[in-house]
Design a protein around this ligand. Sequence first.
Ligand code: FAD
Ligand code: SF4
Length: 513
Amino acid sequence: MDTIGTLHLILGDQLNRDSLLWQQFDPAHDVVWMAEVSEESQHPLSSKQRTVLFLSAMRHFAEQLESDGLRVIYFRLDDQITSFSEALNRSLQQLRPKQIRCVLPGDYRVQQQLQRVADQCKTPVHWLGDHHFIAKPGEFSQWLKGYKQPRMEYWYRYLRKSRQLLMDEHNKPCGGQWNFDKSNRKSFGKTGPSLLPPPVEFETDTVTQAVIADVERYLPKLPGTLDHFHWPVTRAQSLHALQDFIEHRLPLFGDYQDAMWTGQPWLYHARLSSSLNLKLLHPMEVIDAAISAWRDGHAPLNAVEGFVRQILGWREYVRGLYWHHRKQWPEMNALDADRALPPFYWDGETRMACLQQSIGQVLEYGYGHHIQRLMVTGLFALLFGVKPDQIHQWYLAMYVDAVAWVEVPNTLGMSQYADGGIVGSKPYIASGAYINRMSDYCSHCPYNPSKASGEHACPFTSLYWGFIDRHQELIAGNPRLGMQLINWQNKPEEEKVLIRQRCENIWQDPDRF
Ligand code: FAD
Ligand code: SF4
């Protein structure tokens, strides 16, 4: 190949044509570089669903670039290149570009890896700011300086005011409140959800079928199955998925955003996180679509505000925190959790109905909604005392939308409290009673959520008290948890002994439960 100017690296979660990369792309001299490398699916692990989603979206994107006449260097899984380092090193030796340009990766580890190879090959790298978010590069760090104890709520209000989203003509929040959480925590009651609108599913085309064949051939041991694969893999499909959500599920999103139900993985959720994280959709276009639905009278304010809060509030907030603490996350373990992840997390083989459902669904579709992640799989790991790194590796592997910048703060911070209170002000602990209130899982389970000891005691409930017992000092220091400690302290001593015994049994052989 003749001499090239700049090598533009595009990673699997950078599939947008409006990034800074394209502003200085010179089609006459520059080349796009993309790589499918087996290491990124094995260390850290990535499930079959997640791997197929990323690779299929990448191949579709590369195909589009080529049909637009651009030069693309693309390593495929069947080229059998192990790592980004190997692939990039090979291209740099062969092409000798003047420089590399790449938008800041969503994973600090990948940035370091690419930088090392470029340094070894003495090729300068220009890292470009990532504009695929609502906050501008540097804006979060600037905002953070004003707060000793930052919280998502203040960041969310700051963004709503500064971007004039859901604000009225007096610069007050529309509807007179910043949130409508009180109307948003409904369960489906005993009767369950009425007829649920099935979300749009995308049939696999020849590109996706080829990826599935490659994954089954070269990475057969990855967790999960590929019997169903219906995720959007192009921008056109992602826009279709957005429209489908706005039309059919947004109106009841708020009411039931915390509810769970047996055999119903999607309920009223958007299923847009993978398209957002791969940058097939821009968060602002998703928010605009939801606000327009409210203005047109199609969806109520509690649903729209609740949805906007997830993207404008939580998504932008955890991203800011990930980068701010990027060097500390791997070391965090504020609760000194030291147990191994129970094996049933990898195959769903457990009698606990809530975990069986939540894990089974992830193995099948690569998906779980927020409350399943936080209050079922995450809660069990927190109460059990799983090592933060092991549960983090599991979340990063299993969900199609998992990318470090969003997965790490949600798992290590919000769910496991390994950060000691950076993301949330207290550990999210609850007994089986919470799961019983928000789902029908307990009615299909051999355990009783209101029992903490004895043969039929719910393992969540036993471990909940066990957690309070172990962390009395932490809990005493948090006014929002004080009552739970008093309840533990008021229990008769013999009951405490039985609960401790039950916890011991669960710790010794979690797969038996
Ligand atoms: P909906 O429930 O319909 O919400 C709409 C959108 O809001 C989502 O698409 C997502 O972009 C955004 N959102 C909602 N909650 C959060 C949040 N807490 N943080 C960031 N964005 C949010 N989300 C990921 O995108 N990738 C992850 O790897 C990831 N890991 C998680 C791990 C744990 C332990 C927990 C508790 C949450 C995690 N989340 C993660 C957040 C959230 O669970 C998912 O974004 C959501 O379930 C995706 O499904 P959906 O598109 O149907 O979302
Ligand atoms: Fe889960 Fe306990 Fe309910 Fe069973 S009884 S579904 S283990 S919360």
